[in-house]
Design a protein around this ligand. Sequence first.
Ligand SMILES: *[C@@H]1O[C@H](CO)[C@@H](O)[C@H](O)[C@H]1NC(C)=O
Ligand SMILES: *[C@@H]1O[C@H](CO)[C@@H](O)[C@H](O)[C@H]1NC(C)=O
Ligand SMILES: *[C@@H]1O[C@H](CO)[C@@H](O)[C@H](O)[C@H]1NC(C)=O
Ligand SMILES: *[C@@H]1O[C@H](CO)[C@@H](O)[C@H](O)[C@H]1NC(C)=O
Ligand SMILES: *[C@@H]1O[C@H](CO)[C@@H](O)[C@H](O)[C@H]1NC(C)=O
Ligand SMILES: *[C@@H]1O[C@H](CO)[C@@H](O)[C@H](O)[C@H]1NC(C)=O
Ligand SMILES: *[C@@H]1O[C@H](CO)[C@@H](O)[C@H](O)[C@H]1NC(C)=O
Length: 317
Amino acid sequence: MEMRDLLWIGVAVILLVDVDVWGQDPGTYHLTTSMNSSTDGDSGPSSPRSQQIKNVVVQNVTVNLGSDVNLTCGEKNWSETLYVLWKINLKHRSCDITREQDSPTVDKCNDRKQLLNATGSTSYLRVPHVSLDDVGIYTCESAFNGGNNKHVFNVTVTVPPEPSAWLEHRSNKMVAVCRAERGKPAANISWSFDTVSPSVDYHDTSDGFISVVSSLELAEDTNIENLICVITHPYWVKGVVLVPEVKKGYFFWLFICIGVIVGVILVVFAFFVQRKIMLTRRANTCDTSLSKFPSTEYVEEVEPYASYVQRVNSIYN
Ligand SMILES: *[C@@H]1O[C@H](CO)[C@@H](O)[C@H](O)[C@H]1NC(C)=O
Ligand SMILES: *[C@@H]1O[C@H](CO)[C@@H](O)[C@H](O)[C@H]1NC(C)=O
Ligand SMILES: *[C@@H]1O[C@H](CO)[C@@H](O)[C@H](O)[C@H]1NC(C)=O
Ligand SMILES: *[C@@H]1O[C@H](CO)[C@@H](O)[C@H](O)[C@H]1NC(C)=O
Ligand SMILES: *[C@@H]1O[C@H](CO)[C@@H](O)[C@H](O)[C@H]1NC(C)=O
Ligand SMILES: *[C@@H]1O[C@H](CO)[C@@H](O)[C@H](O)[C@H]1NC(C)=O
Ligand SMILES: *[C@@H]1O[C@H](CO)[C@@H](O)[C@H](O)[C@H]1NC(C)=O
């Protein structure tokens, strides 16, 4: 009993060591198959248990944010494949997807990733709408009669930067600034002026985004009419062209505010003027209509008041 336990501990140690070795030198990794390490109950695939991995392919895969990627693990036809195991190590989690011959796919990732059959029956892992959460190491091991394959895909995502450009005054100098914010990898900024060389600043964030700011100091008399900056980035097929314009500073917004206030006052004033005109007009039309069609009632009602006013006036006079 004790011997057996010791044996299992030994096996576990060997496996751990193997995983470490694999990280450094995948070519010489001796596959003792991680799948029959845990229990006596044989839940692993009925594949040859101990074999040398002959072909290890390492590949860097860069995907544009939001697009799809298909990772193909070997060229072997599924009908010849005994099992396919995808080990996925992402930044925040790890999971795996397995398929053995004649059994359904076991997907422990439970996200958008899918193991699919291609035409010709090779299998591939499809990752749709790649996001930053999909960045990681995707390792695929497959075994077939007479051999096995291992593919390591290092998946990174390309994120386009936010471009902007402006002109500003810095101690009596005009400075043209072109900025590509939070891109992955860093963008490349170039200027249409090659007489002055720009100063370039890179700001890295912990999540791997890089902001690039390129500043071009211009002499006061420089003709900036044709000044443009071009931002190139792997995400874009073409460069993004920007024309730097004078940055709208404090005074711009002050003027905007004053303009808005004056505008509102004018509108209110115009409204009252118009209302007054309308009222006068209406009074005039009333007068004429009244004179045209005099109502006896109205006359009777007005007359006592008029005589009252006359009387009051006479008293005061
Ligand atoms: C794997 O399991 C088989 C029996 O199912 C056993 O003979 C073999 O020694 C095991 N390999 C390891 C590395 O545990
Ligand atoms: C993958 O990218 C890393 C870093 O850019 C590089 O060092 C490595 O050689 C690349 N590997 C392959 C197989 O292209
Ligand atoms: C990936 O495979 C799907 C079919 O499952 C296909 O529609 C898509 O075009 C493929 N994408 C790439 C980038 O090959
Ligand atoms: C892929 O093909 C295999 C063998 O033909 C089959 O067992 C499996 O169900 C298929 N999987 C999918 C997702 O179509
Ligand atoms: C894979 O096997 C199927 C039959 O099982 C066959 O029709 C197909 O042509 C084979 N594809 C390749 C690439 O060998
Ligand atoms: C994956 O690629 C990135 C850059 O492309 C590199 O920094 C990283 O070291 C690579 N990781 C592995 C395990 O190759
Ligand atoms: C940036 O673009 C310029 C002009 O296209 C090119 O000469 C330069 O090598 C690029 N730099 C980087 C880091 O890609």
